[in-house]
Design a binder for this molecule. Sequence first.
Ligand code: ZN
Length: 174
Amino acid sequence: MASYRVPAAAAEKPWTPPYCSLVAVDTSNFCYHACAICERTLPDRRSDCCFCSRRTTNPGSKRLYRLLLSVGTFDRVVPVVCFDRAARVLMGCSADEWASFLAAHPPAMEKAGEMLQGEMLKVTLSQSKWGNAEHLRASSVVPLRAGFRPVVDRLRRLYEMETGTSVEHHRHRH
Ligand SMILES: [Zn+2]
């Protein structure tokens, strides 16, 4: 098992265990703000990018995912940070779309975490340049379950069913 040492293994080159299970997801703090043009990190939503604002008035900002996951591999659980491209695979929409979905359905935050728990994934881990060096970064995420649907798709269907719209209607017609 020596070759499976984390994070030493991933510190040198990306490391992809055959499978991982998602032990937990921190859905309460899922994003950061970035310049809408160059995607540099901004301290908050209202700050302007100091590079792009020299050339454009109001470069604007957008949210990008930064999800904190606990991922179980063979014999341990490791904290993993998941940035925009990999997080979209799990969530099924952009971080801005997710933020407006949450504004309309606040309980979705907790539900998203519950839905993702236990999900089997193939995750490529590499060393994170962000924050604490203990965190590995998920550079790619591939769901392994055959019927996997991203969180926002499942939640949209769930809320449709709760309000008894299209699904109920469909059922009565058959
Ligand atoms: Zn910028």
